[in-house]
Write a protein that binds this ligand. Structure first.
Ligand code: SF4
Ligand code: SF4
Length: 433
């Protein structure tokens, strides 16, 4: 049985997001095809922890038939992975219901003072490279005492990279090698600048050697995706507003062919700017920017610039980041890029559609469920006997690395651009063990 919600009442609560929310509710025919694709349903086995169950719960809350706090126990564990959207034959845009619902829920829920402080601290720290560097130093000092700490503090410690890459991301303009085929703006990202700056170097290397001029604007800040996906829309809008001034129509936008990101979470958030600013004065600017955003793999695959062969054969198991495969519906481009590198054997893992448990700050807020998913994912990826595991998102990379360590595996996890950069040579280290 399909459901409908009363639009006028909803508009007073969520404004322009009401239409898409109501559409998502009414499009669901309750067929249940999404259930086996949902990581939380697989782990918890409860209808209310499935996409279908959550749609009903959100509808009930929006109509006033269910208390918000009763529903949140099932809505909060949702990873926002959008695997259900890929699986749904009826085209239910679950994200267009979930994201505004989470914003609404933040206003109505009770969080203790400490919870609010801790959440804000995590979001602000991950969004600021300077703060994150300090937190990493503190985290390494605290690591020997982890057994004495409660789970919410040990979760970030468990995700710390084994060794620090102290290099800094470079800003400025990087000219194309040979004839210029395109000019792009490349986001430097926030957490990735600190956790794995090598990804940015590899991306610039690959792009410039493929005939692309790359501009990395120094003034760029966090795009706000992390906060948006965590339900903190005001924080996300503040960050996104600053980015619009640098990369929007009054900034770099008219001078570049595309705005590229090498972090799937940022890419999906940037493409959702229209939803984030729906009904606000910035909406048109936000939609203009979103229309030019591409994941670097999508952009490069369309450019048709195959790299030279690898020096040694490499068995690659590719992990689909949910924010690329489901939210941006891009599974083909990274596979095409990897498959065209001579020397690469591309192996498909079991359960590709199931999230690794990273999901922005999910693995910090829901550490137990995230750990179950991380362990399941690491095991599935290792079944492919990889020399290297490759993905297109810093969150997945960190989560999978952490769970491989717990399984005593030394298989490295790298970004797609790192494999291509290795093929291009240029002194870039091969992503071998
Ligand atoms: S697959 Fe789509 S239509 Fe079917 S229950 Fe899930 S969300 Fe609803
Ligand atoms: S977004 Fe992911 S976790 Fe949430 S309901 Fe859909 S499949 Fe399940």
């Amino acid at each position: 049985m399909q459901h409908a919600i009363e639009l006028d009442a909803l508009r007073t609560e969520v404004g322009a997001a009401a239409g898409p929310m109501a559409n998502a509710v009414s499009a669901c025919v309750h067929c249940g095809f999404c259930l086996p694709a949902c990581p939380t349903y697989i782990e918890l086995g409860e209808e209310m922890d499935s996409p279908r169950g959550r749609i009903v719960l959100m509808k009930e809350v929006l109509e006033g038939g269910l208390a918000l706090e009763e529903a949140l126990g099932h809505i909060d564990p949702c990873l926002g992975c959008m695997s259900c959207v890929t699986a749904c034959p009826s085209g239910v845009e679950y994200g267009e219901l979930l994201m505004p619902f989470r914003e609404l829920a933040e206003g109505g829920r009770h969080r203790s003072g400490f919870d609010r402080f801790w959440r804000g601290l995590m979001l602000d720290t991950l969004a600021s490279p300077g703060r994150l560097r300090w937190m990493l130093r503190l985290g390494r000092l605290a690591a020997p005492f982890r057994r004495l700490l409660p789970a919410r503090f040990t979760a970030p410690l468990d995700l710390l990279p084994r060794s620090a890459d102290r290099a800094e991301v470079e800003f400025g303009t990087f000219p194309a090698v040979g004839e210029r085929r395109a000019r792009v703006a490349l986001l430097a990202g926030c957490a990735q600048q600190v956790l794995a700056p090598r990804i940015q170097r590899a991306t610039i290397e690959v792009l410039t050697r493929s005939g692309v001029e790359v501009v990395v604007p120094k003034e760029e800040s966090c795009c706000g995706s992390l906060a948006f996906h965590a339900g903190d829309a005001p924080r996300a809008r503040a960050a996104a507003g600053a980015l619009l001034r640098v990369l929007g129509p009054a900034g770099l936008l008219p001078d570049v062919d595309a705005i590229l990101t090498n972090a799937a979470g940022c890419g999906s958030g940037l493409k959702e700017y229209g939803l984030l600013f729906a009904g606000r004065p910035e909406e048109e600017t936000a939609r203009a920017l979103a229309a030019k955003v591409r994941d670097v793999s999508t952009f490069l695959a369309a450019l048709e610039a195959p790299p030279p062969p690898l020096a040694q054969p490499l068995r690659v198991v590719y992990h689909d980041a949910c924010h690329l495969a489901h939210a941006q519906r891009e599974r083909t481009a990274p596979r095409r890029l990897l498959a065209q590198v001579r020397g690469v054997t591309l192996v498909e893992p079991r359960d590709w559609q199931i999230c690794c448990g990273s999901a922005g700050i999910y693995n910090l807020e829901e550490p137990e469920l995230a750990a179950r998913l991380g362990r399941r994912k690491a095991k599935a990826l290792l079944e492919g006997e990889p020399d290297v595991i490759v993905t297109g998102n810093i969150g997945c990379l960190t989560q999978i690395e952490s769970h491989l360590r717990r399984l005593d595996s030394a298989v490295p996890v790298r970004h797609t651009m790192e494999v291509l950069a290795s093929a291009h040579g240029a002194g870039y280290p091969a992503p071998a063990r």
